[in-house]
Design a protein around this ligand. Structure first.
Ligand code: 9UX
Length: 67
């Protein structure tokens, strides 16, 4: 199991959190996604480490940016 943490900018409400969680959850091997709205910290547990670019694409698909 891999655990990675990224910082996402631009999330300001619970719906933002839901959108990011949904998009990131679709990436291959993702088992759990935890988003801290206050800090923008997104912790991803997955079977194998995710490429930064894949996470970036998912975050941008949701409408936000990686810090
Ligand atoms: Mo809430 Mo987030 O109305 O971009 S969905 S601020």
């Amino acid at each position: 199991m891999s655990t990675q943490t990224f910082t996402v900018t631009g999330m300001t409400c619970g719906h933002c959190v839901a959108s990011v969680t949904e998009e990131v959850s679709e990436l291959e091997g993702v088992q759990n996604v935890d988003v801290d709205l206050a800090t923008g910290s997104v912790t991803i547990e997955s079977t194998t480490p995710l490429e930064d670019d894949a996470v970036r694409a998912a975050v941008e698909e949701a409408g936000y940016q990686l810090a």
